[in-house]
Design a protein around this ligand. Structure first.
Ligand SMILES: [Mn+2]
Length: 570
């Protein structure tokens, strides 16, 4: 493995002023300015954000109309059908709204399409479902922004539709009674915070309903699920998303819902402080596994069931589905890498497009993100079956993949998504034309520089600056995620103070000395560093530059700080 190119962020002139105004160390202020948080007020809300800092939900377009119609439906005992989606965001959006409307006395039903047979989103024929269920109001969550035909058909049958979504709209919006989708609003103007997940838009709707009915105090009960959906949908953790996640993670420490309790238990997290990593890597994938494997109903039942023995059995089932998902993912990844390496594709194409018969539709998206990480370029994987190519793509941080698909000729049976994640379906025979078009666009837009692995460093640091105060301020930056990665610092010319230690023949432990202080530094899974130890190039008395994040571990009841090494150079 080669070392990535180190890029130290240019210090911004606003940083000293922030440090002064908030009484925080300068390197922490630099971390904030690197995340485009430049004003003391914005920094304060970033570090100390509370529920009261959320925007007025009625600033969102369509909100007043949606609230009026929903309250009228509750009042008149109309059947309200919530139309959800099969991923974590879509399931939890549905569960949250279902709970909110039921609590208000509404008569609520739900429908979630099957990932493997229906595919993503609301189809025209789903108007029949609303009729069959006897609903006079449909509320879509995490989907619907492109469901023009469905909305039209529902209207013809006298059914009102409220669309809540966070996906990018097509050229036309559905003619719904209300459309709540921050990215569909005009720019500039529109709702002040656009990057909400589906659960975020739903939380705003619930906030508005509670505000209108004078029950704002109940809002915090919805933060747990909103935080899980937000982390799982990998939206940026800034602005309102950060408030949901920060407060929601706290609430996850004390869970009453039997389903969530069982799930946390199966994840081995009972009694622990739950981090965004636990949500992203343990809780989220288990809920997602149900939809991926065509068993969405098990995840839904988990959140609606009330008996602990039933919820525990369901959580166990999700756990097993997740293990099965993992095995399938590994198999597909092995095949995908073999295809790239055998064809030398990473040397030829700026966007990797791979296809295979029988690849699992529910899994290709995760594999696409692993292919992207391995080759440091966008990847789109297609599952071929029945004359159709169903694709899922993931992009690198600097490239807008949905923008790329928008520029393609109209080869799609359907497509949609965001900058960094897309889905699309084509006729199988159109795949060659698609590949050609995408790579022509990518050749013009993606530079060699974009495709080089880069390590973004927030600031240079002296070991003497890592004080108790510093660590306290550092802790305020949590939770980390997209848009707010764990800060990376660098120290130049640190001395290796003892012989490097190998851990389990996989990891490395160094003692580093600088400015009269010594820190433990751990490097995870870097065999090339172990080889350098064997070769004697990484040895006691040597001097190296290190790039690292700060981590704490608890040992014998005592919190200790160590450096987690991202990269090193002589
Ligand atoms: Mn979503």
């Amino acid at each position: 493995m080669e070392e990535s190119v180190w890029k130290v962020a240019d210090p911004r002139p606003e940083a000293p002023r922030l440090a002064e105004a908030l009484g925080i160390p300068l390197p922490i202020a630099r971390v904030l300015t690197n995340r485009q948080i430049l004003e003391p007020e914005a920094a304060r809300s970033f570090l100390y954000g509370r529920l009261e800092d959320l925007h007025d939900p009625f600033l969102m377009g369509g909100m007043a109309a949606a609230v009026d119609r929903i309250l009228a439906a509750v009042e008149r005992r109309e059947k309200i059908l919530i139309f959800g989606d099969y991923d974590v965001d879509g399931i939890l959006s549905m569960v949250m709204l279902h709970r909110a409307l039921s609590t208000m006395g509404g008569i609520v039903d739900y429908f979630i399409p099957d990932r493997l047979t229906d595919g993503y989103g609301i189809k025209d024929e789903h108007a029949g479902v609303a009729v069959e269920r006897g609903a006079s109001l449909v509320v879509s969550v995490d989907c619907g922004i492109k469901a023009l035909g469905f909305v039209e058909l529902a209207r013809e049958r006298g059914i009102d539709v409220i669309v809540t979504d966070h996906h990018k709209p097509g050229p036309e919006l559905p003619a719904a009674l209300a459309v709540l989708d921050p990215v569909a609003e005009p720019e500039p103007g529109g709702y002040p915070y656009r990057p909400l997940a589906g659960v975020g838009v739903v939380l705003k709707l619930i906030q508005a309903l509670l505000q209108r009915t004078g029950r704002t105090a109940l809002l915090r009960h919805y933060l747990k699920l909103a935080s899980i959906g937000t982390v799982a949908d990998v939206v940026e953790l800034k602005g309102e998303n950060r408030i949901f996640v920060k407060l929601g993670l706290r609430e996850l420490g004390d869970v009453a819902n039997p389903g969530l309790k069982s799930l946390i238990d199966v994840c081995g997290l009972t009694g622990r402080r739950i981090s965004e990593g636990d949500v992203g890597f343990r809780i989220g994938p288990r809920i997602n596994a149900a939809g991926r494997m065509g068993r969405t109903e098990s995840a839904v039942r988990l959140f609606f069931a009330t008996a602990l023995d039933e919820t525990y059995a369901l959580a166990k089932e999700l756990d097993e589905l997740n293990a099965e998902r993992q095995r399938t993912e590994d198999q597909i990844l092995t095949q995908a890498k073999a295809m790239v390496d055998a064809g030398g594709l990473a040397g030829k194409y700026r966007i990797l497009i791979l296809e295979h018969d029988g690849w699992h539709r529910g899994i290709i998206g995760i594999v696409a993100s692993r292919v992207r990480e391995t080759y440091n370029r966008p990847a789109i994987l297609f599952a071929l079956d029945d004359g159709k190519a169903v694709g899922s793509g993931r992009s690198i941080s600097g490239y807008d993949l949905i923008g790329c698909l928008d520029k393609c000729p109209p080869l799609f049976l359907s497509y949609g998504g965001h900058k960094h994640a897309v889905g699309c379906t084509l006729k199988r025979e159109d795949l060659p034309a698609f590949k050609k078009a995408v790579n022509r666009i990518a050749d013009a837009e993606l530079t060699d520089e974009d495709l080089k692995p880069q390590l973004k460093i927030d600031a240079e640091l002296a070991f003497s600056e890592i004080t108790g105060d510093f660590l306290e301020s550092h802790a305020l930056l949590d939770p980390f995620g997209v848009g707010n990665p764990r800060p990376v610092f660098m120290v130049r010319d640190a001395e290796i103070a003892a012989a490097p230690q190998k851990l389990k023949d996989k990891h490395i432990k160094l003692l580093l000395r600088k400015d009269g202080r010594i820190f433990e530094a751990l490097g995870w899974g870097r065999r090339d560093w172990l080889a350098a130890v064997d070769a004697g190039t990484l040895a006691k008395g040597g001097r190296i530059d290190v790039a690292f994040t700060l981590q704490t571990s608890t040992y014998l009841g005592e919190e200790r700080v160590y450096l987690s090494l991202e990269s090193l150079r002589p």
